[in-house]
Design a protein around this ligand. Structure first.
Ligand code: MOS
Length: 756
């Protein structure tokens, strides 16, 4: 019945999407690039090799703060195969980036002799083979003058007052949350923390750089080839046409590959200096120090309520760590201002500097740690009120964004909670701690709501319909494993009727028409309108040709009288069978292809989207099994219900949601990057010490998409799905852990020692 409700529009006046489901849209299609990946023929950045290529291995600082007093390369330089050792005293000039897009670290590599964090690149050994470069890097002797530093996990540093320079900023405010909280009959006031977490994509960062005397070609593992091009053109001090960034396949990124990291400039400069192709691959160890992480957060949550569950006030005062040189604010209050109805609200945010590498977005940046705090506090409120946590959330649901005072373009949090309850069997839950058993195991059932912003950027795309009956679609975007190659082929197939198997998707080069970064769950919504328009424009060329080509059965017809479907040109009011394959028309006119270009404008440019608040929603239900006899905790069952608009490809979308569940188990139970207080070394920088979930940790995963088109986001009504699946996982896990054990874990991850 929620689908019925949406057709009318949740706010009465919204028109549902005009695009009706077709066979190809919403299909459960395997990735078109799957065979290349599973046969090993897909080439990732570090798989590229060129004649004369040499290898670069960085040397990382072994202090967290201080000055380099001496670099002794005399031994390293004489080692076999070594070409040069580069460092701040002999490096080529590299520039900062102010207008080229977003960089990760503002400070260029080797800018001076200062060290700001353990692992910071301080030298680069280049040799004929990888082993020779590794040996040379190990032989570089560096002396330091260390200085005071901090990697402390507690973020309660003294700080200027709210609003003063360096003090907390108010990000949201309405009503009088302080006074209302002070007099509220029911109060929740707890502080929650989330640790630093490291992105661990299967494929590590790598750059293979070529310089031909004028132009750089950079093979990268990048979630944004266009952004990478724009930044590197600034950093290297060359015009954009002298840089090409190629990233055809990516072994995932989770946000860690959104923006360039210093190794890219190091490889490019080395290639120019030596006039040889240079390969620089990061080790797993370097992944922990040099290419970002989700920063630690500390969040005080205050909720004021009435005994019957009205939310009187909501305050979130949070801090996150950032690096010495960069201000990275984790937007923990991303969902707080609109998720629940309340008249009095404040979100404040502060940065605390630590001697660590620069943090960077990690899947659901801000919202994910923020929802851990908000949804944990909501669970604690439900328990205090003796209310069911699903019912409490339903009673506080709102169809108006009370922050922006705008209706939501499409909000179905209520249906997510209702559908999830049904699928999970929530009505069988008995609220008392430890009251549910399965043999010797104690079961805990928890729930949390999820939210993530929905947006759309600008993009271009090209489509060509070819005389051999195939089609090609291209855009300067990339597919980090999410399914973008497949989704753009589906859109072209939907518009033309050409089967997906005959459509070539081309992504992953900055020489293509500018496309979106794969980030913020916006790539699908951003690229679709450009691809759809390009396909429509290519079809127009075919139809015009059909009306004018000598020998055409449609000679003299106007394009408006004709249509193309099932790959065939026909009279608009007749079936495709009555017409001819489009390639016959192209042959008649001696055309190799019919080409079309398309553009996506920003969100709200073609609908009245700007008058709405747009977000995806979800609800995650978790069962844990706690075995008190052997102190073993396991997530045994997850039901995840997601409202992300129309789903274009059910298979790739389900993959993303299932992956997010697994990542959520990592966040809830396992992951925490630990900095050694003696020297700032992220000391668990390997898979033996930084634990990520394995197959043995997998629960039974049940994914449901509401699949309700968002009428404002675009013709197909598809919002992004990259982050939403993770958003409620950690708080649902800790709620379930409380239900099983009676222990409320407010500091992630849950450790067995917390429970005994
Ligand atoms: Mo996502 S953190 O925008 O890759």
């Amino acid at each position: 019945d929620f689908i019925q409700a949406d057709k009318a529009g949740p706010n009465g006046h919204i028109q549902a999407s005009t695009a009706e489901p077709t066979a190809v849209i919403g299909a459960s299609l395997s990735r078109v690039d799957g065979p290349l990946k599973t046969t090993g023929s897909a080439r990732y950045a570090s798989d590229y090799n060129f004649p004369g290529m040499v290898y670069a291995v960085p040397v990382g600082a072994t202090i967290a703060s201080g000055k380099i007093s001496n670099i002794d390369t005399s031994v390293a330089e004489k080692m076999p195969g070594v070409l040069t050792i580069l460092h701040h005293s002999n490096f080529d000039h590299v520039y900062r980036n102010a207008s080229g897009g977003r960089n990760s670290e503002q400070r260029p590599p080797f800018e001076d002799d200062t060290v700001y964090y353990w692992g910071q690149y301080v030298a680069l050994a280049i040799a004929e083979t990888f082993a020779q470069a590794q040996a040379a890097a190990a032989a570089v002797k560096i002396a330091y003058t260390p200085e005071e530093f901090s990697v402390a996990t507690d973020l309660s540093d003294p700080m200027p007052a709210i609003g003063a320079p360096g003090g907390p900023r108010i990000l949201s405010h309405r009503g009088d949350p302080e006074a209302v909280f002070a007099s509220a009959p029911i109060k929740i006031d707890y502080t929650y923390t989330t640790p630093a977490e490291t992105h661990n994509p299967m494929e590590m960062h790598a750059t293979v750089a070529i310089f031909d005397g004028k132009k750089f070609t950079l093979y990268e593992s990048s979630q944004g080839v266009m952004n990478h091009l724009n930044v590197m053109s600034q950093v290297l001090g060359v015009p954009k046409e002298n840089v090409e960034v190629i990233s055809r396949f990516i072994g995932s990124g989770f946000g860690g590959k959104l923006f360039p990291w210093p190794h890219s400039a190091l490889a490019a400069v080395a290639a120019r200096r030596l006039n040889r192709p240079v390969k620089l691959t990061l080790s797993r160890k370097m992944m922990f120090a040099n290419v970002g992480h989700r920063p630690r957060t500390q969040q005080r949550m205050r909720l004021g309520a009435t005994p019957d569950g009205k939310l009187l006030s909501l305050s979130q005062d949070y801090r996150n760590h950032t690096s010495i040189n960069d201000d990275i604010r984790e937007n923990c209050g991303e969902a707080t201002p609109f998720l629940y109805s309340t008249a009095n609200l404040q979100v404040s945010s502060a940065l605390v500097r630590r001697n660590v590498g620069t943090p960077t977005p990690m899947r659901g940046p801000g919202a994910v740690p923020g929802l851990f705090a908000l949804e944990s506090a909501m669970d604690e409120l439900a328990i205090k009120l003796q209310k069911d946590p699903v019912q409490l959330r339903l009673s506080l649901d709102t169809l108006t964004d009370e922050e922006k005072n705008k209706p939501f373009s499409s909000r179905h949090l209520k249906e997510c909670l209702e559908v999830g309850s049904k699928k999970f069997g929530w009505e069988k839950r008995t609220p008392a701690v430890g009251s549910m058993r399965k043999g010797d195991l104690i079961l805990g059932w928890g729930v949390a709501a999820a939210s993530w912003s929905a947006g759309r950027g600008i993009s271009e795309a090209s489509v060509s319909l070819n005389v051999d009956g195939s089609a090609r679609v291209s855009s300067g975007s990339q597919d980090p494993g999410t399914g973008t190659y497949t989704v753009i082929a589906q859109i072209v197939s939907d518009k033309t009727g050409i089967p997906v198997t005959r459509i070539q998707s081309v992504l992953g080069s900055s020489s293509l028409p500018p496309g979106p970064t794969s980030g913020g769950s916006t790539a699908t919504a951003t690229i679709i309108p450009a691809v759809a328009e390009a396909a429509v424009n290519a079809i127009k060329v075919v139809l015009t040709t059909a009306g004018s080509a000598k020998g055409s059965p449609f000679l003299g017809k106007q394009p408006a009288d004709l249509a193309m479907s099932s790959g065939r040109v026909h009279l608009k009011n007749q079936t495709p069978d009555s017409g001819v394959p489009f390639q016959e028309i192209l042959k008649l006119a001696n055309l190799g292809s019919a080409n079309g270009e398309g553009k996506t404008g920003g969100y709200g440019s073609d609908t009245d989207g700007k008058n709405f608040s747009s977000h995806s929603f979800g609800a995650q239900f978790v069962e844990v099994e706690w075995d008190p006899g052997i102190c073993h905790l396991r997530v045994s069952r997850v039901v995840s219900v997601v409202d992300a608009g129309r789903i274009i490809n059910t298979k790739t979308a389900r993959n993303q949601m299932a992956g997010a569940v697994v990542m959520g188990i990592g966040m809830g139970l396992l992951e925490s990057t630990t900095y050694d207080p003696r020297n700032g070394h992220p000391i668990n920088d390997n898979f033996a010490d930084y634990i990520v979930p394995t197959s043995a940790d997998h629960p039974e995963i049940d994914i449901t998409f509401l699949d309700i088109p968002d009428p404002m986001i675009g013709e197909y009504g598809a919002r992004g799905i990259g982050e939403i699946g993770l958003a409620g996982m950690a708080p649902a896990i800790t709620a379930a852990v409380y239900h099983a054990t009676g222990v409320r874990v407010r500091d992630l991850p849950v450790r067995v020692e917390d429970l005994i």
